[in-house]
Write a protein that binds this ligand. Sequence first.
Ligand code: FDA
Length: 304
Amino acid sequence: MELMMRNMFQSLGKSRTANRLAKRYGLRFGAARFVAGETIQQSIEAVRGLNQDGRIATLDHLGEFVFSEAEAVESADMCIQTLDAIAQAGVTSNLSLKMTSLGLDISRELCVSNMRRILDRARMHGNFVRIDMEDYAHCQVSLDIYRELRKDYDNVGIVIQAYLFRTMQDIDDLHELGANLRLVKGAYKESPQVAFPEKSAVDDNYKKIIQKHLLNGHYTAIASHDEAIINFTKHFVKANGISGDQFEFQMLYGICEDLQKQLVKEGYRVRIYVPYGVDWFGYFMRRLAERPANVWFVLKNMFK
Ligand code: FDA
């Protein structure tokens, strides 16, 4: 049953019709628990709220299904406006983005040119940009573009997913770049040809890559709500004398708030991923797929 619901939410998230309908009707079905709003201003206010109790942020302007050059350029413009708004408001947040929203599926050149515009603006503001990792089909090209960008920018990082078989090799390959990585379990439905199907194998691999990247001496964002992974990291950094400046915990907006605040109280750096924008549906479906128990929020909110 759980697997069926997971698959259903993952498919719905990819449906263009469902995304288009959702866009038209605005934040619904309890999505506001996971999405900070539809406008930049709403997202900045959400970040301000987080900053007040010591949580820092990464803002993501949601954009899925970009099929024309004009849409990709517009999406890059929104990223630039987000960076400007962060600087203007004086809140503590960097930017996360998805390269498909910058035209990756149209042409690599278009995507790279949009990335360069964004990174130039981020550099001007002394800010940092994180490239989210999407499904397996985009993994190699995303890493290739990251490598290309790293030649000219040191304010860019990427995400590595523990569920992929290739991941340990990627961590080794990224060592020479001194890559700033966000490590996650992985959110997409992948084939057992390329990804561990069992949770326990994903968790084991996750621990291995956390250890490896930290011991390689590079900045590591551990992006998980899994208390076992968080506790593992706490013990590991302590046992190995790894400084609090070399890592941070990251969690998603609206998920495990108490844990977020607890970690701040314990003195850890905690960054919250704050998505916003009219294109919220795909993101919302991925959160439901991760935890079908969230569906009761949807049901409750349908009748509000
Ligand atoms: P796990 O799924 O084992 O969950 C542990 C516990 O966390 C659950 O028992 C529950 O209590 C809570 N929890 C987890 N998900 C929840 C949800 N949706 N609703 C309510 N509670 C929930 N993935 C990717 O492929 N590419 C990316 O770029 C990113 N980026 C990213 C950034 C940040 C800041 C985070 C936190 C996560 C991502 N992810 C991601 C998503 C990631 O791959 C993964 O799908 C989720 O974080 C869920 O996995 P956990 O590590 O939290 O563990």
